[in-house]
Design a binder for this molecule. Structure first.
Ligand SMILES: Nc1ncnc2c1ncn2[C@@H]1O[C@H](COP(=O)(O)OP(=O)(O)OP(=O)(O)O)[C@@H](O)[C@H]1O
Ligand SMILES: [Mg+2]
Length: 442
């Protein structure tokens, strides 16, 4: 059974003149009123009474008060915490009259329950961590997150290399007309030499023809010039005529082969081989790119697996509020991060989380509940009841949703005159008193 605040008495603290409140044991007790009437001063007083002197307001004593502040908080476990006197010393008394101190209060008063802004103002990561610690998966989730981050960074690097490799591969030229393997020059040179040898032979024959032609002509002239040697010359001439015929016949069908194409091929070898090398380079680059792309895909799969583990971890944990979760170290409520939550949702989320920090602490102080419309307020109140949680809240309003209205440091409707010294009971007063310890009245 968690501990609640049964009764409050506050005098001369900050804006409060004199206030007595008996909040509802469960759900909301809304302290309403206009601005600057003392609503927040009441919450500050409770925090000081239960949280220790570090919660003492800087100007604790009400201006103009001739008496010291007085605080008294009666708790459902029977403890009464009071502060009074010049130094506002704390006294904690149990039902048997035994005295205790702050330490006992600290054992069940959750600091964030009396100082919710401390939670609300903490960073998104701190809030998420608080939640994770509550649901007991903080360490495992941290491990997964660390693992995921490492894989992610690894994948990022691989991804960058893969993109560079692919770009490099794409930039390489590919020659579809080039052979798959490097070409050797020696075959072509041998062919060329054979043809050149043949052509040399042909040339020799051609030279021979020219030579005979020349001699034949010379002999003709010699016949003209040397009549005397005509017979001999005619014979020679006839002989040469025969030789000429033979030579002519032999030279008639001679045909030279061209080495042009071979020459061109030899010249192209370098170019062909350049292309072959380029193609080999491109093949290698593409293989590299494929390899990195595969590594990237493997890492993506691993990241997804870790993410799934994280999701499962949170899905199986018991969360303090439906719709509440942690994603990538951020608190998420109904799909929204803290900075995207409405003011009402922030209060609800904070309350739900703080509630679980010290389950014995059955109360929470909530300032500025005007962030909730009346429907939300009602729904929130029902949820608090269901959670067995008492919330003492303030709201700038004088509407029906407020159990108590604070005006000029007093509870509106409460007897504001200072208490009279006890009088012997004489006549029965009008039957409306004594007022009951009831929210909003005293
Ligand atoms: N020691 C003090 N004595 C008298 N008045 C004080 C003292 N300290 C603060 N105040 C005044 O109390 C008022 C604020 O009180 P408090 O915060 O309780 O009001 P509130 O009802 O919560 O107002 P709001 O609706 O604006 O939040 C201010 O006007 C402030 O100047
Ligand atoms: Mg206020």
């Amino acid at each position: 059974m968690s501990i609640k605040i049964n009764k409050l008495e506050i005098e001369n603290v900050k804006r409060v003149k004199a206030v007595k409140i008996e909040p509802s044991a469960n759900g909301l007790t809304v302290i309403g009123g206009k601005n600057r009437q003392g609503k927040t001063s009441i919450l500050d007083s409770i925090a000081w009474a239960l949280g220790g002197n570090k919660y003492k307001p800087s100007g604790a004593t009400r201006d103009g008060s001739v008496t010291d502040p007085f605080l008294s908080v009666t708790l459902s476990n029977g403890l009464v915490a009071t502060r009074k006197g010049k130094n506002s010393d704390l006294k904690v008394t149990d039902p048997s009259g035994e005295k205790h101190g702050q330490q006992l209060l600290n054992s069940f008063v959750e600091e964030l329950a009396i100082d919710l802004p401390k939670f609300m103002d903490s960073s998104s990561k701190e809030k998420a961590n608080t939640l994770l610690q509550i649901i007991g998966v903080g360490e495992q989730l941290y491990k997964y997150e660390h693992e995921e981050k490492e894989l992610y960074n690894q994948r990022l690097t691989i991804g960058q290399i893969a993109t560079q490799k692919k770009k490099y591969a794409d930039e390489q030229t590919y020659y579809t007309d080039a052979p798959k393997e490097l070409v050797s020059a020696s075959d072509l040179i041998n062919q060329q030499q054979a043809i050149m040898a043949q052509n040399g032979e042909n040339q020799r024959k051609r030279d021979q023809l020219a030579n005979i032609q020349q001699k034949y002509a010379a002999k003709g002239q010699e016949i003209e010039q040397i009549k005397a040697k005509l017979a001999e010359a005619e014979q020679q001439y006839a002989q040469l005529g025969q030789d000429l015929q033979i030579a002519q016949t032999s030279a008639q069908d001679l045909q030279d082969q061209s080495t042009e194409e071979l020459q061109r091929n030899i010249q192209e070898i370098d170019e062909i081989n350049r292309k072959v090398r380029a193609n080999l380079d491109k093949d290698k680059a593409e293989e590299d790119a494929r390899d990195y792309s595969n590594q990237y895909d493997t890492l993506t799969q691993k990241i997804n697996e870790v993410r799934q583990k994280k999701t499962d971890l949170l899905a199986n944990a018991e969360l303090p509020l439906e719709g509440l979760s942690v994603e990538e170290g951020d608190l998420i409520y109904n799909g929204h991060k803290w900075d995207n939550m409405s003011g009402a949702d922030k209060l609800r989320v904070s309350t739900a989380i703080v509630r679980k920090l010290k389950p014995n602490c059955g109360f929470i102080l909530l300032d500025k509940l005007e962030q909730m419309d009346e429907d939300t307020l009602k729904e929130f109140g029902d949820w608090l009841v269901q959670e067995d949680l008492q919330a003492i809240a303030t709201r700038v309003s004088s509407g029906d949703e407020c159990e108590i209205i604070i005006q000029d440091g007093y509870v509106s409707g409460q007897d504001n005159t200072p208490p009279e010294p006890p009088q012997p009971k004489q006549e029965a007063p009008q039957q409306e008193a004594p007022k009951q310890w009831k929210a909003g009245e005293f």
